[in-house]
Design a binder for this molecule. Structure first.
Ligand code: SF4
Length: 267
């Protein structure tokens, strides 16, 4: 379904009902002047969701209970400022699940939380994903979180897909120069953020060719013209692809070996 062509009315049927969203900062995702129960119940009322025989308040308490809010029936009429950061994120997850969506987009949902609470929220999302049989798109810059929660990974740079594969593909054999540089930045790998020199391009006026080319140590003239390279298969696998000219039919992937000028002219 092409969401960009839907009318506002048709979109209303998708938002919240089929696709829900959890934001990065739970503080900003809740309205401070309404109780959490009212805010969760609003989604149920607007979409006319749930069992009409069960009062909305009861459904809200069940949702809060499911997301691990202790004494949910006593907390349902509390205001957001009465909850900790982790508990606010649980409230937002309850709100996102109110209409039993097919897809949950979780945009950096654990970034504002400390590590212990982060682990609890990740476990909660995994449990709810299995229970509701829903897909989750988990947006994060934290590769540790990716390795813990993902089945499939899409590595994005400046709005374009650089590499995609199963979590094993990406962590066992990172193939795109950007993914490799990111992995090198991980603690214990001996690298640092200086490994990727320069800064992100302006996405409203991106460079021609591969968007990573101004920062790529393997870039050639061929990388700096035309469009972003297509996604080419890596290792003959049907799950692993990289958007890099070194994976087209004319190149040997071995040319990308780090620190070598094995490319016959490539830097
Ligand atoms: S296409 Fe060129 S610039 Fe882009 S990642 Fe590959 S080698 Fe680097």
């Amino acid at each position: 379904m092409d969401l960009t062509t839907l009318s506002e009315t048709a979109l209303q049927d998708v938002r919240g009902k089929r696709i829900s969203h959890i934001f990065q900062n739970p503080q900003n995702g809740l309205n401070p002047v309404y109780t959490v129960g009212r805010q969760i119940g609003e989604a149920i009322r607007i979409h006319d969701h749930g069992d009409p025989e069960v009062p909305v308040q009861r459904q809200v308490v069940d949702l809060l209970d499911k997301t691990g809010i202790p004494e949910a029936s006593a907390r349902v009429d509390d205001y957001p400022h009465e909850f900790s950061g982790g508990m606010k994120q649980r409230v937002l997850i309850a709100m996102a699940l109110a209409c039993d969506p097919d897809l949950l987009i979780a945009d950096e949902p654990t970034t504002a939380l400390d590590v212990t609470i982060q682990g609890q929220i990740l476990r909660l999302l995994e449990d709810l994903q299995a229970e509701h049989d829903m897909g989750i798109i988990f947006v994060t810059h934290d590769l540790g979180v990716v390795s813990e929660i993902a089945d499939r990974v899409v590595v994005m740079y400046a709005g374009k897909v650089m590499e995609t594969g199963t979590v094993e593909d990406i962590f066992r054999n990172p193939s795109h120069p950007y993914t490799r540089a990111l992995m090198d930045c991980l603690p214990g790998r001996g690298g640092s953020m200086d490994r990727i020199e320069g800064s992100l391009p302006d996405v409203t006026d991106p460079p021609a060719g591969c968007r990573f080319s101004p920062r790529c140590e393997h870039a050639t003239e061929a990388c700096r013209s035309g469009d972003q390279p297509p996604l080419w298969g890596v290792d003959d696998g049907d799950t692993h692809e990289a958007s890099c000219v070194y994976y087209d039919a004319e190149h040997d992937e071995g040319e990308l070996a780090d620190g070598e000028d094995a490319t016959g002219g490539h830097q």
